[in-house]
Design a protein around this ligand. Structure first.
Ligand SMILES: [Zn+2]
Length: 119
């Protein structure tokens, strides 16, 4: 199993299995496409997403990294924003989730527990 070295914003250089890396290809409706890699740090478990040149992406994929492709339309907000989600966006998200999305509701319960929400 191939091992790769990646940079965690908190821990610095870390090593993880290539299968723990995901190459993300973003096709923009306007402007050049973008290639990034996503890791979950094996030390602190934080997920980070960083730019990746196409040659490095090929090597990662050849070593076992997963891939995700995203096509952005003019109506798609950028997935790379770093500002906090707003209350209005939370309300919009809430409206998009159906009662059958049990995994998402369980995730909300976990987050609410972490923040001491009494509900
Ligand atoms: Zn880390």
């Amino acid at each position: 199993m191939a091992t790769v070295r990646a940079a965690c914003p908190d821990c610095g250089d870390v090593e993880l299995k290539a299968t723990g890396v995901t190459v993300v290809h973003i096709a923009h409706h306007a402007g050049p496409d973008q290639t990034l890699y996503r890791i979950r740090c094996p030390k602190c478990r934080v997920i980070s997403l960083k730019p990746c040149d196409p040659r490095a992406a090929e090597l990662l994929i050849g070593s076992g990294a997963g891939t995700v492709s995203v096509a952005l339309t003019p109506d798609t907000p950028s997935p790379l924003r770093t500002d906090p989600i707003t209350d209005d966006e939370c309300i919009t998200l809430h409206g998009l989730i159906t009662p059958d999305d049990t995994t998402v509701w369980q995730l909300f319960d976990v987050v609410a527990d972490m923040h001491g929400d009494p509900s």
